[in-house]
Design a protein around this ligand. Sequence first.
Ligand SMILES: Nc1ncnc2c1ncn2[C@@H]1O[C@H](COP(=O)(O)OP(=O)(O)O)[C@@H](O)[C@H]1O
Ligand SMILES: [Mg+2]
Length: 259
Amino acid sequence: MRSEGAILAARNVSKRFGGLYAVCDVSLDVRPGEVVCLLGDNGAGKSTLIKMLTGVTTPTSGELVVDGKPTVFSSPREARDAGIAAVQQFGGTVPLMSVSRNFFLGAELTRGWGPFKRMDLDQAGRIAVQHLAEMGLTRLTDANRLVGSLSGGERQALAIARAMYFGARVLILDEPTAALGVKEATTVLRLVKRTAERGIGVVLVTHNATHAIHVGDRFVVLIHGAVAADFRRGERSRNELINLMAGGEELEHLEAALL
Ligand SMILES: Nc1ncnc2c1ncn2[C@@H]1O[C@H](COP(=O)(O)OP(=O)(O)O)[C@@H](O)[C@H]1O
Ligand SMILES: [Mg+2]
């Protein structure tokens, strides 16, 4: 079976909304230490596929396989418990809370017990800063800083560090670089690489072929919900990738016409 060794796999999954197939018969493997880039134009079905992988929605047909076992995620929580973490744009962080509060949001560290139980903010701050430094954010040394004062890239780094601290094995990022400037996007792409180097499987959704080529080990292109191409690093050029994403239309010709 192709999905051998995969932490997470989709096998022939489809999602239908009324008469429309948003995702049609897609298979995809996520392996430890590999970055899978999921590419496609707007409306290609990328987010719908991601929602099925992360328990936000269930497939109309087909199945998910976790560690070789067919699995149904009834909620994002179940996916998270299986080690599948989704990072939202801006990291799903709360701007008016501190870095350390965001890091432990919903899983607060405490000390003492009964009526003496308190949040252990010092310990939380130390852990947050240490794990952010490991992700390369060495300038972020004050855990009391409000997240609203961080850049978009830093907020995503926080969310990634947090997911890894809480045991993520697969990290799924839906268009993490879409709203970022060039420098910020580079930061996020570096993080993606670093995350994979630690043995995490990464799914990176993007419609930026250049970003994908910088970090991808494997590339899956969706057109109208179906897999139009599935290849490994080095098997196709950037131009081929761009043309594939445009639905096979020759962009060079268009460029020539515009000049
Ligand atoms: N909840 C929904 N109800 C009906 N149609 C949907 C829903 N979610 C997505 N779609 C449709 O499915 C297709 C794929 O959407 P989406 O997965 O968001 O694409 P992408 O993320 O690649 O831009 C689109 O045509 C979209 O309009
Ligand atoms: Mg989308």
